[in-house]
Design a protein around this ligand. Structure first.
Ligand SMILES: [Zn+2]
Length: 137
């Protein structure tokens, strides 16, 4: 843990131990982990990819607090990119039974209420965090 004391002095004790920003980060982390578990790739190095993304996005949302609602979609895309480099496409589309295997994409890329979408079939498959519940596999 980094104490991160500002030079101006400690000030009053913080009444909220967990800031809304931290809550949003925590929720984004939980949603993406749920999708990783649902698609059976929640290995140790994958979890560390989520942590890397959350660390990066914590910095990001501190610069732009209005983006807190976008964190789940952004973390999902970060992890998707990291997985593509190290493991391959994720999450594979469960809708299209034929043709080349392809990954779902997050929509909106930068917005609230992100969903996994198959652009080939043109369908919303599930909300980010709900891949396990919405997709019979
Ligand atoms: Zn598809």
């Amino acid at each position: 843990m980094d104490p991160h004391d500002p030079p101006g002095g400690p000030g009053a004790p913080e009444p909220h131990p967990v800031s809304p920003m931290e809550q949003a980060l925590h929720a984004a982390r939980a949603l993406v982990l749920a999708d990783l578990v649902a698609r059976e790739v929640a290995e140790a190095d994958v979890v560390s990819m989520v942590e890397e993304s959350v660390t990066h996005r914590r910095w990001w949302v501190e610069q732009w607090p209005d983006g807190a609602d976008f964190l789940a979609g952004l973390v999902a895309q970060d992890v998707q990119d990291a997985l593509l480099e190290r493991h391959g496409r994720w999450p594979l589309c469960p809708v299209c039974g034929t043709g080349d295997p392809h990954a779902l994409e997050v929509e909106p890329e930068l917005g609230p209420d992100p969903h996994w979408v198959c652009h080939k079939a043109g369908v919303k498959v599930a909300a980010v965090g709900r891949l396990g519940g919405a997709v019979p596999s």
